[in-house]
Design a protein around this ligand. Structure first.
Ligand code: PAF
Length: 296
């Protein structure tokens, strides 16, 4: 197998080997270059583009990974149907001038097998999404830890859409004392408001438009909670979401943005985020909105 390919027209190196990529990036670091890293599972969309562009703007060297990580799927059927669009993904990477693509096989990421000891994620992996998708965040932390060891990025870029994932990675960075700054980028939305996600491909164009009710209801919640108690505003929004035909609300909760513990009142925390998952058109759609931001 060829381990490194140079895409000569665009000067992007495609690495299949963690060891070779690690050596190459060590050279970059020794020259004082800042390394920006965007981990992905491919099927890239405008949300990923925003991460890549931010990484490009803030760093000397940009690394992207495309790897569908088996250890974060609790449902094998979900893993099997995960979309692969490598040709259009590469087009996007070239258009943003990414320097290195890490595009490994499973054996390169997990040379000693996929099993691993639990990572202490301070319980952030066990609640909300974690309670519904057993082992999911352990798998995410396992692969991000491995990537950070290989790439040793100055900054790593993640989307706010997967809010709980960003809290988990924040804890991983603390636990492992990685010298990496996590940059959380705002949610990018489709024209009608649906948060960008690779899963949106499974919806028809009409469903994609109609699914804007999720974002609209979050905006309404934000508006309501500034003139009504949070619990009341939340109850009204839950009632509305439950009334939508063909949709099934999995949860809508307000949490502290750092601890992810539920809050019942806006005064309970400086940082309040509403997290929701709605199943619509057979697809679990995640979204969130920041209701109150910590003052910097
Ligand atoms: O957000 C994702 O696409 C994945 O969870 C990540 C961070 C690339 C790890 O596989």
């Amino acid at each position: 197998m060829t381990l490194v390919i140079l895409d000569i027209f665009y000067y992007m190196f495609i690495h299949k080997s963690a060891d070779l990529l690690h050596i190459e990036l060590q050279k970059q670091r020794s020259q004082g270059n800042k390394i920006g890293f965007v981990p992905t599972m491919g099927a890239l969309h405008a949300g990923h583009r925003s991460l890549l562009e931010r990484a490009r703007a803030e760093n000397d060297t940009v690394v992207c990974s495309i790897f569908v990580n088996p250890t974060q799927f609790d449902d094998k059927a979900d893993l099997d149907k995960y979309p692969s669009t490598i040709d259009s993904d590469m087009e996007m990477l070239r258009s943003v001038n990414v320097d290195y693509l890490y595009y490994p096989e499973v054996e390169d990421v997990y040379p000693n097998g996929e099993a691993s000891d639990d990572i202490d994620l301070a319980g952030l992996d066990l609640i909300h999404e974690g309670a519904l998708r057993s082992g999911h965040f352990q798998g995410v932390a396992q692969v991000v830890k491995r990537f950070f060891e290989i790439v040793q990025p100055t900054s790593a870029y993640f989307g706010q859409k997967d809010f709980q994932q960003t809290a988990v990675i924040g804890q991983l960075i603390k636990l492992c004392e990685f010298d990496t700054k996590m940059v959380v980028c705002p949610i990018v939305r489709e024209p009608h408001g649906l948060a960008m996600s690779s899963r949106n491909e499974r919806l028809s164009p009409v469903e994609r438009d109609k699914a804007s009710f999720i974002y609209k209801s979050l905006l309404k919640l934000k508006e309501r909670c500034f003139f009504k108690p949070l619990s009341e505003a939340l109850t009204t929004t839950i009632k509305y979401l439950k009334s939508i035909e063909d949709a099934s609300l999995e949860y809508l909760i307000c949490v502290d943005g750092d601890t992810l513990q539920e809050v019942n009142d806006l005064y309970d925390s400086d940082y309040v985020v509403a997290l929701t998952v709605v199943k619509y058109g057979g697809v679990r759609l995640l979204d969130n909105i920041i209701l109150k931001k910590p003052k910097v």
